[in-house]
Design a protein around this ligand. Structure first.
Ligand code: 2AM
Ligand code: CA
Length: 272
């Protein structure tokens, strides 16, 4: 239970709901994925690489409808359908499909990400990956897990000791991404990009990646995962500064032994 200003929130019920709705949504996603050649894919905005399909929209509508039924007083922010009640104590931040470019191209790196902010702080999250039958989940003060196995971040002390997740999109790519990659490689590190910010964040919590840097991420890609990383002993940057919830920000999550090194390789743009 989290309480302040006289109201008590049923966190346990919300945690159970998050895990359940993420799994149900992931199963819906799997049905679309198996028929993906029939999906119409639209390109969003000016960035021709940012895609959306009917699957994204229908899954978000499903989660939103379930939320209104179970926690009608809670707020909502989703990638496809916008926001409601952002001043509520509990605000759900969800991405119906994170890794849409992978999804529409038949690459298995996509997931459903369901995160909860309580009084503006990431509090619990569920990230469902149906291709690998993994449900990553965690709640503040209760640890983080993949299925029933507890998660712990990597104890690497130098970027040469493991793989660093990365990602970018076009506007910031040339300015920030290439210089970072150059420095990472010079330091003896190695990168991987799987196309899903939520999954790469979960992999940091699981110690599979030593860290993950994205030049600019949206909140629905990372709110669920941020809780997992901190509960698993990792560090995260100040993602919510300057309206990060609505506008996004540069993003770094990492084990404690390499966080400072990665932040230095990125430079002042990380928290600028
Ligand atoms: P998406 O699949 O939900 O769009 C991969 O590097 C990450 O970048 C994914 O989490 C992906 O989320 C996100 N992404 C893709 N296009 C983006 C854009 N134009 N702006 C910000 N994030 C983007
Ligand atoms: Ca998405």
């Amino acid at each position: 239970m989290a309480s302040s200003t006289g109201t008590t929130l049923d966190i346990e019920a919300r945690y159970a709901w998050a895990k359940s709705v993420a799994q149900q949504a992931a199963q819906m996603g799997m049905e679309f994925y198996q028929q993906r050649n029939d999906l119409t894919v639209e390109h969003k905005g000016d960035d021709r690489q940012d895609v959306v399909s009917i699957a994204d929209k229908q899954i978000e509508a499903f989660i939103r409808a379930q939320l209104s039924e179970h926690f009608p007083e809670d707020g909502f922010l989703g990638e496809e359908s916008g926001s409601a009640d952002l001043n509520a104590r509990c605000v759900w931040v969800i991405d119906p499909i994170d890794g849409t470019a992978c999804f529409v191209n038949g690459l298995h790196n996509w997931c459903v990400s369901v995160g909860l902010l309580v009084d503006g702080e990431p509090y619990l999250g569920a990230i469902a990956d149906p291709n690998h039958r993994e449900l990553f989940h965690g709640c503040k003060g209760s640890g983080a897990f993949v299925n029933d196995t507890p998660l712990a971040v990597s104890q690497a002390r130098h970027v040469r000791e493991g793989l660093t997740g990365t990602g970018t999109f076009h506007p910031r790519g040339k300015e920030h991404f290439i210089p970072f990659l150059q420095k990472l490689l010079e330091a003896g590190g190695m990168f991987i990009r799987n196309g899903s910010g939520a999954l790469m964040t979960a992999y940091v919590a699981a110690g599979r990646l030593i860290g993950y840097y994205e030049t600019q991420l949206k909140s629905w890609d990372c709110v669920a995962g941020l809780v997992l990383v901190t509960e698993a002993g990792g560090r995260v940057n100040d993602f919510f500064r300057n309206d990060g919830l609505l506008d996004g920000n540069p993003y770094l999550v990492a084990g404690p032994g390499v966080y400072d090194q990665l932040a230095e390789l990125i430079g002042p743009s990380l928290d600028g």
